[in-house]
Design a binder for this molecule. Structure first.
Ligand code: AVJ
Length: 343
């Protein structure tokens, strides 16, 4: 994801400074979450994915590992796999292996903003899963147009995993999935990874720990945003004067990450002075957590219907297999969730 730095600097550092000043002038100061992912931040995120408290990555991987073998036969047709925000495609090999075994060679179409991540993905997949043909696209799937190729007589299986959808407010999440739906036809499908809201078996404490680990890696990840701004915009944040905070927003069903000013202070950036009172925060990230009904309505309003809901035994994370719905029937399509649970 380090290419986001380059994407910003192409338009000059002023563009970055402008984004930052806009965010820090709001009543609730805020910085966009994509600012996390400079080179150092991407390394911190990699570390986060193997922390004991951060159950998301390994739970999703185990759900995929358990269900991947049955997927090709379940889908029936020959499939090409496309992936939004593929990154290094660490979990995708699990699925591609099954399609290669079932249908022979398989076309994989990863889409990501980072050319470096895409190169890594292509190299490691060529190694680990012979029989996969990779056609990468460098694109920001939120703001840029992208294309999906359909070999003759193939269905498309779109992957949007890793709980990335959780970073977006409901209307943006819907826009991302609706755009994807626009590239698909009846008979195609979507595999969506979402982190689940607290419930019977999942406490709020489990969620809070995942975003405030004992080793302090998430705190370092959060504070790295300020170091990045110091480096790239010449700001003078005193990173020791801010503390990492993770909090549960029940109303919006999301974890929020903030950086809390530990004292009254003033920071210089782009020729402006930004003042903080003690205890004031910069909101740096939202990570939405979904109830079954949220998933159902998000998918339905984007032109999909749920085929299978797959989750771990502790009901922490879900991988949802959805079919493309007949678009004119989107609103009337009634899906019974309970009858469609696969486990
Ligand atoms: C990459 C957006 C899925 O929200 O859990 C991890 C990012 N932030 N720890 C998430 C993140 C803090 C992560 N996503």
């Amino acid at each position: 994801m380090s290419s986001q730095i380059e994407a910003v600097s192409e338009t000059g550092l002023d563009a970055l400074t402008a984004v930052v000043l806009e965010g820090l002038s709001r009543p609730q100061k805020a910085l966009p979450a994509w600012l996390f992912y400079d080179e150092r931040g991407s390394q911190f995120f990699e570390q986060i994915t193997s922390l004991p408290e951060y159950y998301l990555t390994r739970t999703e991987r185990s759900i995929l590992a358990r269900h991947a073998p049955a997927l090709p036969a379940h889908l029936g047709a020959k499939v090409t796999v496309a992936e939004l925000g593929a990154g290094s495609a660490a979990k995708t090999g699990l699925l591609l292996k099954e399609f290669v075994a079932h249908q022979g060679s398989t076309l994989y179409q990863p889409i990501d903003i980072s050319p470096t991540a895409l190169e890594e993905a292509a190299t490691s997949l060529a190694d680990k899963v012979p029989g996969v043909d990779v056609e990468s696209q460098v694109a920001n799937y939120i703001t840029d147009p992208y294309t999906l190729r359909r070999p003759q007589d193939h269905a498309i299986l779109a992957l949007y995993i890793g709980s990335s959808i959780g970073n977006f407010p409901p209307d943006e999440a819907r826009a991302i999935l609706s755009t994807l739906r626009g590239h698909l036809e009846l008979g195609d499908s979507l595999l969506l990874g979402v982190d689940l809201a607290p419930g019977r078996r999942k406490s709020i404490d489990i969620l809070l720990a995942a975003y405030d680990d004992a080793a302090g890696v998430t705190a370092a990840f959060n504070k790295n945003m300020l170091m990045r701004l110091n480096r790239e915009t010449g700001a003078n944040f005193d990173t020791d004067a801010f503390a990492h905070r993770a909090q549960w927003n029940a109303e919006a069903s999301r974890i929020e990450m903030h950086l809390e000013s530990l004292q009254a202070q003033t920071v210089q950036i782009g020729g402006e002075s930004i003042s903080f009172v003690r205890g004031e925060t910069i909101h740096t990230e939202n990570s939405h957590k979904f109830r079954e009904n949220d998933i159902l309505s998000l998918l339905r309003s984007s032109g999909f219907e749920i085929d299978q809901m797959m989750h771990d035994d502790d009901e922490r994370f879900a991988v949802v297999l959805a079919n493309t719905a007949q678009l004119e029937n989107v609103d009337s399509a009634q899906v019974s969730l309970s009858s469609r649970h696969s486990e």
